[in-house]
Write a protein that binds this ligand. Structure first.
Ligand SMILES: [Zn+2]
Length: 259
C-alpha cells in the first residue's frame, strides 16, 4: 500500500495548465497545499479549486509582496483566516530582492503570528536570507510551522529543531551540494515534502507535485532505508503535523464564504 503524500508548498496558480497538474497529482495519490501570495489570490484560487478533493488552498502573504500592498490587505487576510485550514506562503526575505522592505515584512509577519488562530493551522514559511530572524519569531509564537526550501546556516537548523519546526524538501534541494549538509542534519522524523512548483526545476522542466516521489527516493538513499520505509516515515510526519490540533481539519465548512 502506498501512503498519501502531500506536496506542502505548490504555486498551482502559476502553472500554464493547473487542471492537468492537479489531475496528474490526483491520479498518483498526491495531495497539494496550494499556497497563495496574498488574500486576493487566495480568494480567486479558493473559488476555483476550493471544493476539489486533495487540494488545500492556503492563505498567504508573501514577503516579497508586502512592499506593494495596501494596508487594508492585512485586514482582509485576518477576515479570511477563519475559513482556511493552511497558512502560506508567509515569512521573511532579507535577500537582495527583499531587503528594501525588511521593516514592512517584519510588521506583517509579526502581526500574522500574533493572531491566536495561526496556532491551530499548519504554516508554510519562506525564510531566504532571514533564517535566524524567521526561526526566532516562529519559536516565540509556538506555531506548527514548516520551513520551506531552507537554505540557511546549519546552526539555525538546530534552533528550528529545538522549536519543533518541520522542514519541507523539494527536488532541487536534493541536487544541491550546499544543502546536502542541511539534509544530513535534519532527522527523518522532521521532514516533509514540497515542490515550490513551478518555481523549482526537475529534469530540466518546472517541477510538478508528483515529483515528490523522486524526492522520496533521494531521501531513502540519504537515510539508508527503502523508498517504502521513507514514504511511511513521511506519511507519519504528515499525520504528526496535521494531528497536533484537530481544528485543522474542522474549519473546511467555511468554504466559499465571502469576505
Ligand atoms: Zn513558494
Amino acid at each position: 500500500m502506498t501512503a498519501t503524500l502531500i506536496d506542502t508548498h505548490c504555486h498551482i496558480d502559476a502553472y500554464n495548465d493547473p487542471v492537468s497538474v492537479l489531475d496528474q497529482a490526483a491520479a498518483r495519490g498526491v495531495q497539494i497545499v496550494a499556497v497563495t501570495e496574498g488574500p486576493g489570490a487566495y480568494r480567486r484560487l479558493r473559488t476555483r479549486l476550493g471544493r476539489r478533493e486533495g487540494v488545500h488552498v492556503a492563505l498567504g502573504f508573501h514577503p516579497l509582496r508586502v512592499g506593494n500592498v495596501a494596508p487594508y490587505d492585512l485586514a482582509r487576510f485576518f477576515r479570511l483566516l477563519p475559513q482556511t485550514s493552511w497558512i502560506g506562503e508567509i515569512g521573511l526575505d532579507f535577500s537582495r530582492s527583499g531587503v528594501a522592505t525588511k521593516k514592512q515584512q517584519l510588521k506583517v509577519f509579526e502581526a500574522i503570528l500574533s493572531d491566536p488562530q495561526v496556532r491551530t493551522r499548519p504554516l508554510t514559511v519562506h525564510s531566504r536570507g532571514a533564517e535566524r530572524e524567521t526561526v526566532a519569531r516562529l519559536a516565540q509564537a509556538q506555531v506548527n510551522a514548516i520551513l520551506h526550501w531552507y537554505t540557511g546556516p546549519l546552526s539555525v537548523v538546530d534552533d528550528a529543531l529545538a522549536a519543533g519546526l518541520w522542514f519541507s524538501v523539494n527536488p532541487a534541494m536534493t541536487r544541491s551540494a550546499k544543502i546536502a549538509a542541511v539534509l544530513q542534519r535534519i532527522p527523518a522524523e522532521r521532514v516533509l515534502l514540497e515542490t515550490d512548483g513551478p518555481y523549482s526545476r526537475c529534469n530540466n522542466r518546472p517541477t510538478v507535485p508528483v515529483d515528490i516521489k523522486t524526492t522520496v527516493r533521494h531521501l531513502a538513499q540519504l537515510w539508508g532505508i527503502s523508498s517504502e520505509d521513507a514514504e511511511a516515515t513521511i506519511s507519519r510526519n504528515q499525520q504528526g503535523l496535521l494531528g497536533r490540533d484537530t481544528t485543522v481539519r474542522s474549519v473546511e465548512p467555511g468554504l466559499g464564504q465571502s469576505d
